[in-house]
Design a protein around this ligand. Structure first.
Ligand code: ZN
Length: 290
């Protein structure tokens, strides 16, 4: 009686699968379709319908979060690989693209060890989401220079700015960050660089005139607030930075929650409220060019 073994298809990740086969003389191929398969692949008995869906979901998530991550995933797909080899190849390609992006991008990478005086959480460099138009990059570097003289050791912390490529592709969830001309900065705090790991969602308390509404992007995230560090806002440093930005002719608009504008004693035609349906701006400062 012929033995039965499990055979692993070494083909495309889209078709790869395990199936049982009888060891012994192989039956003749019904047609010449096997000539089209990658070397080392045996036709699977069934195609897993979830596999294309998983790849499509991964591609979408990587495009939204990292832009170039989707390209790394696509480049890793064609060769015949096991899942672990595929993951390692995709990760290596991604690392290569992140390293190559500053050389090919029309924008400038900020806050990632470039000596520009800006700090940023490492995750934003890895993803990579700190690219800016040359004029915005210069504005951020000049702000860093100003803050270095006024608040040594307290550099501006850059959060989301833009992707390396493609005008018109938003840096979700920031719909307006689609051209490298916008950047988010963290608020300054006493005794801490950030209150939350990503710099977002640690809201300052203050009154609002916004009614409860649905749907809305104005999330309060009440459940997260007790998790954040209880560092008080450094009003002097935050006021200094925002005032400097407002006075610079390259700045077109700064978005800040009205209660923070009043608390910091700031008033300027360029200083705006983002509206009640947009994300709260009492956890960060949004800056955009004129
Ligand atoms: Zn923004």
């Amino acid at each position: 009686m012929a033995a039965v073994h499990t055979i692993v298809c070494r083909g495309s990740p889209l078709l790869r699968g395990r199936f049982r086969a009888t060891v012994g003389p192989m039956p003749p191929a019904p047609d010449d379709a096997s000539h089209d398969r990658p070397a080392g692949c045996v036709a699977p008995t069934r195609i897993r319908p979830m596999r294309p869906l998983l790849h499509a979901s991964a591609l979408l998530a990587l495009a939204v979060l990292t832009q170039i991550g989707a390209l790394a995933w696509l480049l890793a797909l064609p060769p015949c690989r096991r899942p672990l080899a595929f993951a390692a190849t995709a990760a290596a390609l991604y690392a290569g693209l992140v390293a190559f992006a500053p050389l090919a991008s029309p924008r400038e990478r900020l806050g990632c060890g470039a000596g520009d005086g800006l700090a940023t959480p490492a995750l934003y460099c890895v993803l990579p989401r700190t690219y800016a138009d040359p004029e915005m990059a210069a504005l951020m570097r000049d702000l860093a220079g100003h803050m270095a003289t006024r608040n040594p050791g307290r550099p501006p912390v850059l959060l989301d700015a833009g992707f390396p490529f493609l005008d018109g592709m938003p840096l979700l969830p920031h719909l307006s960050h689609d051209d490298g001309e916008k950047a988010d900065l963290a608020l300054w705090y006493e005794g801490a660089r950030l209150r939350s790991p990503l710099g977002y969602f640690a809201f300052e308390d203050g009154p609002t005139d916004c009614p409860a509404a649905w749907p809305t992007l104005r999330w309060d995230l009440d459940l997260l607030q007790p998790l954040w560090r209880a560092a008080p806002l450094d009003e002097a440093a935050t006021r200094d930075a925002v005032a400097w930005l407002l006075d610079d002719p390259r700045t077109g608009k700064v978005l800040l929650e009205p209660h923070l504008q009043r608390r910091l004693g700031l008033s300027h035609p360029k200083l705006r409220f983002q509206g009640c349906r947009a994300a709260r701006h009492d956890d960060h400062i949004h800056v955009q060019l004129r």
